[in-house]
Ligand binder design. Structure first.
Ligand SMILES: NC(=O)C1=CN([C@@H]2O[C@H](COP(=O)(O)OP(=O)(O)OC[C@H]3O[C@@H](n4cnc5c(N)ncnc54)[C@H](OP(=O)(O)O)[C@@H]3O)[C@@H](O)[C@H]2O)C=CC1
Ligand SMILES: C[C@H](O)[C@@H]1OC(=O)[C@H](O)[C@@H]1O
Length: 253
């Protein structure tokens, strides 16, 4: 098992990519701490599924855009699970909207959750790991959108480029503490975040046509890469970005 005896914490772990990663981490031997904005009842069955693997699970409801959520999350992890080894910054929103009339509130909220939320959480997790003095791994869920644009994502793609950049800079800042920082860059993965967008069958099939592996991604496609980057198999990998997109990005012509 790749994460035997480790504690992994993840934001946005109630759904989609975060949920798949949380479950795989437990199967790989980690106790799992989840924070998300949703009510605790929503994650009850997920926590049960984790506990069935023999690992411990905890849930804290909170908004990652609020800096105090990160502080509460770390102190809950320390008191209930005894420390933190792998941190995954995953919570995010993508409210598709045209550029020319994008309301300022949508811009501020997207930046607040996706970029500021990631910053607050990564900073708190890093401080926790530094205090413990046994190193660690941080993984941010960025996106192929860090590298390419989206007509209805002008407020979203800069946040994903920002998260990717954050991992590059924290890799340098935290290397002396043996804390590795990497990002995963998913392509289009079927989750609730894009359910409405992908309901446009023309759009979905145009995307699939561009993907060499011939399908959109599923949340489980990210679980392995996240666990790998958190594990000792990746012990000399830091400051890296791993595209998980079925080959979409390289398929220009
Ligand atoms: N799906 C895709 O194609 C891709 C996704 N990503 C990134 O992957 C990450 C996970 O997304 P995905 O699994 O697809 O989406 P989901 O909507 O399935 O999961 C995101 C989770 O984060 C929660 N969340 C939203 N806002 C907050 C907040 N302020 N504080 C805490 N939790 C919050 C959501 O709650 P709620 O349901 O209430 O919103 C949800 O449970 C995101 O960062 C996204 O940008 C990157 C590339 C592609
Ligand atoms: C939510 C979108 O479908 C998804 O988000 C990303 O980051 C990808 O680039 C897709 O556009």
């Amino acid at each position: 098992m790749l994460l035997e005896g480790k504690v992994l914490a993840i934001t946005g772990g109630a759904s989609g990519i975060g949920k798949a990663a949380a479950l795989e981490a437990a199967r790989q031997g980690a106790d799992v701490a989840i924070t998300d904005i949703v009510a605790p009842e929503t994650v009850r069955s997920l926590l049960d599924e984790i506990e069935v693997t023999g690992r411990r699970a905890l849930y804290l409801q909170g908004d990652v855009a609020e800096p105090e959520t990160a502080v509460r999350f770390m102190s809950t992890i320390e008191s209930q699970l005894g420390g933190l080894d792998v941190f995954v910054s995953n919570a995010g929103i993508c409210p598709f909207h045209a550029f020319l009339d994008l309301p300022p509130d949508v811009l501020k909220k997207t930046i607040g959750v996706n970029l500021l939320g990631a910053y607050f959480m990564v900073q708190a997790a890093a401080n926790q790991m530094v205090r413990q003095g046994r190193g660690g791994a941080i993984i941010a869920v960025s996106s192929i959108s860090a590298l390419v644009g989206g007509e209805f994502q002008t407020h979203y793609t800069p946040t994903k480029a920002g998260v990717h950049s954050l991992m590059q800079s924290t890799a340098i800042a935290l290397g002396p503490h043996n804390i590795r920082c990497n990002s995963v860059l998913p392509g289009t993965i079927r989750t609730p975040i894009n359910q409405e967008d992908l309901a446009d069958e023309g759009k979905a099939s145009a995307m699939i046509a561009r993907i060499p592996l011939g399908r959109l991604g599923e949340p489980e496609d990210l679980a392995g890469p996240i666990v790998f980057l958190g594990s000792s198999l990746a012990s000399y990998v830091t400051g890296a970005a791993l595209l998980v997109d079925g080959g979409c990005f390289v398929n220009l012509q």
